[in-house]
Design a binder for this molecule. Structure first.
Ligand SMILES: C[S@@+](CC[C@H](N)C(=O)[O-])C[C@H]1O[C@@H](n2cnc3c(N)ncnc32)[C@H](O)[C@@H]1O
Length: 434
């Protein structure tokens, strides 16, 4: 029986309940959106099936969906994430909040909502986001600068209520913005889509108040165990993690040129994680699959280390992408080659933090470059097998877009070949840990 037996027959459909859309109204999972986040339903279904798992790792934790799901099921959840803003968000979402903290955040929020709508209240300078007027008009920007100043003034750095207020602030930043989410990555609304008169009449403080009420509702629903979110690089996971895990569930970046820094830049600039465009490119270069700013120019000169396993299917796809008739073929071929070299480093290293009969689930999507299909799921399968994983299988989960050939898959396998003794031993060990 497979995790998705019940939904596999629907895999030709776009199953929105298996994406971040399903998370939007689910308490803490819906605090802030990240388009490439996956759905808690997907994770919960896998976790319910792996019934002896006591500890769960997501080495590409993003908004913290996996560790938080594990926490709500009473399992030990850990996320590893390279982006400092997502580490902050994942940690805030994972925290155990006492009623007194929620009450303090609520009281402070009520005063802040009043103070920030007064033109007399102090205001911070707007963040140095390129072309900021595309994001917010002058009135909105002015309100956000006052709101941020009021929050910083009211709650000390490090105080738990400050994080709750800042999550509500981030919700307000996006609600007031001109950002549109109807594409695969974040874009801007068309001029005709922004009802100007309505915008002028929007009660900005009320948007903050409602955002905070939603955040506090989620904060009151504590997970049964508190997950941990660790800052680190999944290519060297064993350097950052001390424990061992029974189950790995993750959706790594897909090789589809989505830049997380690009998606997250409004939050990252407002909260001070980014102060200039060059750093944005540096962050993206550190992340797997990053393409923003300087990351692209470095890709042009990137050369393979020669140490990674390169399956024939990957070699064939790289040759197809780099054909001379493809205008940016060499750049994109380098992009794909580097992506898989990074994933190979991750797969080899992560074995060190998995228990002997651990199960892994990589949720991945395939891509096309020019007319070359990149069979991402098959390349992951070959890499996992080559690194020593057993019983590796590909399960198709859902169709991804209107393009007939794009799907999302669960590539799943076991760290080792299970033996009778190891199964009995592991079952005892896990039961004794509960
Ligand atoms: C598809 S997203 C994960 C989304 C997550 N499943 C969720 O529900 O929010 C991939 C994540 O991998 C992170 N990432 C990229 N390179 C990384 C690396 N080398 N080590 C750790 N995390 C990395 C990105 O910052 C991004 O948050």
């Amino acid at each position: 029986m497979r995790a998705f037996a019940a939904i596999d027959h629907e895999s030709r459909r776009q199953n929105a309940q298996l994406t971040f859309k399903h998370n939007l109204h689910q308490g803490r999972h819906g605090w802030l959106r990240l388009t490439p986040a996956y759905s808690l339903r997907l994770v919960t279904e896998i976790l319910r099936r792996t019934k002896y798992a006591a500890s769960v790792l997501d080495p590409f934790s993003g908004t913290g969906t996996t560790p938080l799901c594990a926490g709500y099921l009473g399992l030990r959840g850990t996320g590893l994430e390279i982006n400092p803003f997502l580490v902050w968000l994942g940690s805030a979402k994972s925290r155990h909040f006492l009623p007194a903290t929620i009450k303090r955040a609520s009281d402070l929020g009520a005063s802040i909502a009043v103070a920030s709508s007064s033109p007399q209240s102090p205001r911070l300078s707007p963040p140095p986001i390129h072309n900021i007027s595309r994001w917010w008009n002058e009135t909105e920007l002015d309100f956000l600068c006052r709101l941020k100043a009021c929050i910083c003034d009211a709650a000390e750095e490090g105080a738990e209520e400050r994080d709750l207020l800042l999550v509500a602030f981030c919700r307000t930043v996006i609600t007031l913005s001109n950002a549109a989410f109807n594409h695969q990555s974040m874009s801007f609304k068309d001029k005709d889509d922004s009802p100007q008169l309505f915008d002028l009449q929007r009660d900005h403080s009320d948007i903050f108040r409602k955002g905070l009420a939603f955040v506090l509702d989620g904060a009151a629903d504590n997970p049964r165990t508190t997950p941990g979110i660790v800052t680190g690089d999944a290519r060297n996971a064993s350097r950052f993690l001390r424990d061992k895990y029974d189950t790995l569930i993750t959706s790594p970046p897909y090789p589809n040129r989505i830049s997380y820094i690009r998606e997250l830049r409004p939050y990252m600039y407002w909260l001070g994680y980014l102060t200039n465009g060059r750093d944005a490119g540096e962050f993206d270069w550190q992340a797997i699959g990053g393409t923003w700013g300087i990351a692209t120019s470095r890709l042009v000169n990137w050369e393979p280390s020669g140490k990674a396993f390169v399956p024939d299917k990957l070699k064939k796809a790289i040759a197809g992408i780099s054909r001379p008739e493809n205008p940016h073929g060499v750049l994109l071929a380098n992009y794909v080659a580097k992506y898989f070299e990074d994933i190979w480093d991750h797969i080899v290293d992560v074995r060190a933090v998995l228990n002997d009969d651990a199960e892994v689930h990589y949720i991945v999507g395939n891509s096309t470059f020019y007319r070359t299909l990149l069979p991402v799921e098959e390349i992951y399968k070959e890499m996992l097998e080559h690194a020593g994983f057993h019983d590796v299988q590909i399960i198709r989960i859902r169709k991804r877009s209107s393009k007939a050939e794009l799907f999302e898959y669960d590539v799943t396998g076991k760290k080792n070949q299970p033996t009778k003794q190891s199964t009995v031993r592991e079952t005892r060990r896990r039961l004794s840990r509960r």
